[in-house]
Design a binder for this molecule. Structure first.
Ligand code: ADP
Ligand code: MG
Length: 367
């Protein structure tokens, strides 16, 4: 089976206590293999709803631990993270995005519960990826020399802030935002972004924890900033063979991205319309959707990909197109309380995959 350049997955988190407690609470999402069925019921309507059926590369049902088809953190990592890791060792770039409304499980999937980047069974994709990276480097150590560098930054209002900047005495918020420049060979990069060489998983983990802490601090200061900012954790791996005349090395960059909450895009997803109305939207989030669908269209001969329209897509250009592998993990709640947001997330993810979906109206209101 050939590895396609784009993988789209959806993960359904458990209902939380708030969702369970509201009057008329119900679960409107069902999953079978890689298909997801959602019944959206307009507010006020009793039992007439519309069923929407979506297909993705993977659908992870993480609602009840006792269920047969329950997808654990390890399951999600195995399906999405391991292929990217294998690719990285082959020298390919990759990006993995978590997309969804605030509270839908992006950070849980990427990092783990409450950003606890540990090695426990609930650790998310990023710590698992990094741990596995060093295990595989150790296996290759007799024949290869590896170099690993990490960086961690966030984009808020199209401005870049280093989450691992050295403590220079200045309060974080007083530091100027970093700029993007384009290197003639290596492409777009963040000027003065700190980059850290790490030799072990433990070393890497301490940077991760530090970045998470900085992100959390900024969030409280800036009033829920984290729901509006994108965080990008990047790992650059270079591998060269020992005892070889040719000193060239294989390089690859993997970016693991916890995107801003998608709720600001609103329930009717239409970029052009929103731009015209001047509604406050997240430019990077909108552009990412456009870039991913343009890349999918490229196979059919359409050329233009609007990377330069946002900071996020411009910076990730080298990891999005060409031979890179892109994975989108859309996270949703199964609750009827969020049916509009959930539908818009499912559509965004679907647009990325450009698959025809069937919507059908329920004939039997008592069903
Ligand atoms: P987001 O980053 O999208 O805003 P979070 O990842 O912070 O959302 O998740 C919101 C809450 O739901 C957190 O308390 C988190 O621990 C919980 N949660 C999310 N996904 C899962 C899951 N798959 N299993 C158990 N709890 C989850
Ligand atoms: Mg989050």
């Amino acid at each position: 089976d050939e590895l396609s350049n784009l993988t789209v997955a959806v993960r359904v988190r458990p209902m939380n206590s708030k969702e369970l407690s509201h009057v008329g609470a119900s679960m409107i999402v069902r999953v079978q293999k890689n298909e997801l069925l959602i019944r959206s019921v307009p507010v006020g309507a009793i039992s007439v709803g519309t069923d929407h059926l979506f297909q993705y590369d993977h659908v992870f049902w993480s609602c009840d631990k006792t269920g047969l088809n329950y997808a654990s953190q390890e399951d999600v990592f195995s399906s999405l993270g391991r292929p990217l890791l294998a690719n990285a060792f082959q020298g390919y770039n990759a990006c993995l995005f978590a997309y969804g409304q605030t509270g839908s499980g992006k950070s849980y999937s990427m990092m783990g519960p409450e950003n606890d980047a540990d090695s426990s069974e609930n650790a998310g994709i990023i710590p698992r990826f990094c741990r596995q990276l060093f295990l595989q480097i150790a296996e290759l150590s007799s024949s290869h020399i590896a170099n690993v560098e990490v960086s961690y930054f966030e984009i808020y209002n199209e401005k870049i802030h280093d989450l691992l900047a050295p403590e220079n005495g200045k309060p974080r918020k007083a530091r100027p935002a970093l700029k993007v420049r384009e290197h003639p060979v290596w492409g777009p990069y963040v000027v003065n972004l700190s980059v850290h060489v790490v030799q072990t998983y433990e070393e890497l983990r301490s940077w991760l924890l530090r970045g998470n802490k900085n992100r959390a601090t900024a969030a409280t200061v800036m009033n829920e900033k984290s729901s509006r900012s994108h965080s990008i954790f990047s790992i650059e791996l270079s591998l060269s063979e020992k005892n070889k005349e040719d000193k060239s090395s294989r390089r690859s960059k993997v970016s693991l991205v916890d995107l801003a909450g998608s709720e600001r895009l609103g329930s009717s997803y239409n970029c052009e319309e929103k731009m015209k109305q001047g509604v406050s939207i997240n430019k990077s989030l909108l552009t990412l959707g456009k870039v991913i669908s343009a890349l999918a269209e490229q196979r059919k001969g359409v050329q233009f990909v609007p990377y330069r329209e946002s900071v996020l897509t411009w910076l990730l250009r080298e990891s999005l197109g060409g031979n890179s592998h892109t994975t989108m993990l859309a996270t949703i709640s199964p609750s009827n309380a969020h049916s509009d947001e959930t539908l818009s997330t499912l559509r965004y993810a679907c647009q990325a995959r450009s698959i025809v979906n069937r919507a059908r109206v329920n004939e039997d209101p008592n069903d």
